[in-house]
Design a protein around this ligand. Structure first.
Ligand code: MIG
Length: 697
């Protein structure tokens, strides 16, 4: 402490606090990373206001789920989880907010992050009111924040997710194609859907989702016995055909004294109450409902246990919906502010608990599934959440529209979710409200096969929205792209594994790998899937070509092997049956055989596609494998392959090492060398762990 304030430093960061309380963060060399323009202030109506200076070339990212461009600068974003009852680009807030903001400035040289440690409503004005000021408002008397600084956004994410958690290794089937609608029923309709996939149209699929009509009058944890007389029998048959079953669960419990879950919850004090002790009742699908207080550990345990019968019937995954919580009424209806919550023993009202409600429902669900089936990895998808929800669940971007603007919007949403720690996401393929054209569905699918969560879903009033719903040529194209995804499953699973270890998302903005290249800082119509695939989806109706930007380095056209040297901007061909995809030079891309569903057969042959780097360059790739279902990997039962591909004069060198004890069974491993346009890829003989020299003719 000194006369001019106080100073706090580590070997990487310096924090100066001026006597009036204004804070600045600097590098040890004295360059400003972030600075407040004035001291914190408190307003008469109970808000805290922080003001930071926006550097001239700053870009902002993160904040969870936003129907905004990738670069959030110039907008105002509220942190208050909201069911928008369908949304369009620009609507804010949506279902899942995360009060973590990333700033990138100084030509990509400075990256920092701010995480508000406060769950009440807050607002980030990122230069809307004053282009040079970022104004953060929190509706509370006290609020803390964490400040993160790192040379790269990738490392920033690693630190942020170290603090707030990372996704678990979801079961491998969760990466398969999934099919949903509101709703498939009765049982015979579900069986026909399964036959359509396996026999009629031969489209790979891993999971069928049951939306609200499977329940008895929308009472959670029940089955409509007319529509589904024998759930266990149905699910056993679906399992025999290689399908998993995911069912929706809403938080509202029908206030019906003859209904066991309500009676039990009432007797045991599980529901949210007003300060005077009355139970809060609000209308949702079943009519008037009571709402469990998921912020109470006792309630979470009870709720988790309620999944027992679903699990015993064979249900494989749970889909948590409406957990903002959303209450029928005007847009944004939720519990009133005075309603009380336990908040893990600290107590508080809905203003503090609101944003934590979905997170804790997902937590109750995932922890319950884990207790009920201790050796199987839970799969939960949740609509709402908050910082850290990634530890418990995957997420989807919910109720958009079947239009091109919604398709276009999906990509920056998924990118910013990934930059907020929530990487296992995707959108309703084909869009939710309205009916997609065949072209829209195909384009949406072509992008989504590179997203972690790949599920078609649609609205109650839409016709069926399945890969074959528009006939040819769409069916064949859709089938090919879903097959491609299954071919790439080992690659995707490796990207998921990497995400669980580093917090690096699976679908990434280009700047995560090319931060020095300012052309990537606002680019949000292409993305990297994992370390090596650059995907440029078609987002416009009728388009058969599109502009592509390739950052510095060598790139191979995934379809033709044509080699490009970036930085480059050009028009790429994109007829309906193809979207531009490029492979970063140096990659080893593992591919497996065709499958109708994950685990149908062993990954045999395992084909390693080698994309030579430039001479003098060496590039590392990974392949992670395990049983895809249990926790045996924690005891070393996995295989981690490390490949290093180096470009040498006249050839290539491949170093391949393997760690872990998982036995993939007897299988053939082959390597295919890609050699540029007009030259057939060739098989490399004698490939094995260790060192292989490959001469290039
Ligand atoms: O009030 O369960 O986002 O995916 O189909 C709508 C019916 C409730 C909203 C979900 C959507 C689901 C629908 N649900």
């Amino acid at each position: 402490q000194s006369g001019e304030g106080a100073e706090l430093s580590t070997d990487r960061l310096l924090c100066r606090i001026s006597p009036d309380g204004r804070i600045r963060f600097l590098t040890p060399a004295g360059e400003v990373i972030a600075e407040e323009t004035g001291p914190v202030s408190w307003t008469a109506d109970g808000r805290i206001i922080l003001r930071w200076r926006i550097p001239p070339d700053a870009h902002f990212y993160g904040l969870g789920e936003r129907a905004a461009p990738l670069d959030l600068r110039g907008g105002v974003y509220t942190n208050w989880n909201t069911d928008p009852q369908t949304y369009h680009p620009g609507d804010d807030p949506l279902y899942l907010c995360v009060p973590f903001l990333i700033a990138l400035h100084s030509g990509g040289k400075q990256a920092c992050g701010l995480l508000l440690e406060n769950s009440t409503r807050s607002r980030f004005d990122l230069g809307k009111t004053d282009p040079e000021a970022m104004i953060v408002e929190v509706e509370d008397e006290a609020a803390g924040y964490f400040f993160f600084s790192a040379p790269t956004v990738a490392e920033l994410l690693e630190r942020f997710t170290e603090k707030t958690s990372r996704h678990p290794l979801f079961p491998r089937w969760a990466l398969g194609y999934q099919q949903s609608r509101w709703s498939y029923y009765p049982e015979e309709r579900v069986r026909r859907l399964a036959r359509d996939f396996r026999d009629t149209y031969r489209v790979p699929c891993d999971a069928i989702h049951l939306d609200i009509h499977y329940m008895d009058g929308y009472r959670v944890f029940t089955w409509d016995k007319r529509r589904f007389p024998d759930p266990a029998g149905l699910i056993a048959d679906l399992h025999a055909q290689g399908f998993k079953v995911v069912v929706i669960v809403d938080p509202g419990v029908k206030a019906d004294p003859r209904y066991r879950v309500f009676r039990e919850g009432l007797e045991r004090g599980m529901f949210c109450r007003y300060p005077d002790g009355r139970i809060f009742i609000g209308p949702v699908w079943p009519g008037n409902c009571a709402f469990p207080d998921f912020t109470d550990p006792r309630v979470r345990e009870w709720w988790g246990g309620l999944h027992r019968e679903l699990v015993e019937a064979g249900v494989d995954g749970i889909w948590d919906d409406m957990n903002e919580p959303s209450i029928f009424g005007e847009k944004g209806s939720t519990m009133p502010a005075p309603v009380r919550h336990d908040l893990d023993g600290t107590g508080g009202d809905h203003r503090r608990a609101h944003n934590l409600y979905g997170l804790n429902m997902a937590r109750a669900t995932a922890e319950g599934l884990l207790r009920l089936r201790p050796d199987r990895r839970p799969f939960v998808i949740t609509r709402s959440g908050w910082t850290g929800v990634q530890r418990y669940a995957a997420h989807w971007t919910a109720d958009n529209h079947s239009d091109w603007a919604s398709l276009r919007q999906t990509l920056p949403m998924v990118l910013n979710l990934g930059l907020s720690g929530i990487a296992f996401t995707g959108s309703d393929i084909g869009g939710f409200e309205g009916f997609a054209t065949g072209e829209l569905f195909t384009r949406w699918l072509q992008m989504s096969v590179f997203f972690p969560f790949c599920r078609a879903h649609t609205y109650i009033a839409s016709p069926d929205q399945e890969p074959w719903s528009w006939g040819e040529p769409y069916l064949s194209i859709n089938r090919e792209f879903i097959r491609l995804r299954y071919g790439l499953l080992s690659y995707l699973y490796t990207a998921l594994w990497q995400c669980t270890r580093t917090g690096l998302p699976i679908v990434r903005p280009l700047f995560l790998a090319f931060q020095d290249d300012p052309a990537t800082h606002t680019l949000d119509d292409e993305f990297m899937c994992g370390d090596f695939l650059l995907v440029a989806p078609v987002l416009e109706e009728g388009a058969t070509r599109r502009q592509v930007y390739l950052p510095p380095g060598l790139w191979y056209d995934f379809w033709t092997d044509a080699v490009f040297e970036g930085p480059a901007k050009f028009e790429a061909e994109a007829p309906l049956e193809r979207i531009p995809v490029f492979v970063r030079a140096g990659a080893v891309i593992p591919m497996g055989p065709d499958m109708d569903y994950v685990g149908q057969r062993p990954v045999d042959p395992l084909t390693l596609h080698l994309y030579p780097p430039a001479e003098g360059q060496e590039v590392n790739s990974f392949l992670y494998e395990d049983d895809g279902e249990t926790f045996a990997y924690r005891e070393g039962v996995y295989l981690l392959h490390r490949f290093s591909l180096a470009g040498k004069a006249g050839g290539l060198e491949l170093l391949w090492s393997v760690e872990g004890s998982f036995d993939p069974g007897p299988r053939q491993v082959e390597a295919i060398l890609h050699r540029g346009e007009g030259r057939e890829p060739v098989r490399v003989p004698g490939i094995a762990p260790g060192r292989t020299e490959i001469r290039q003719a």
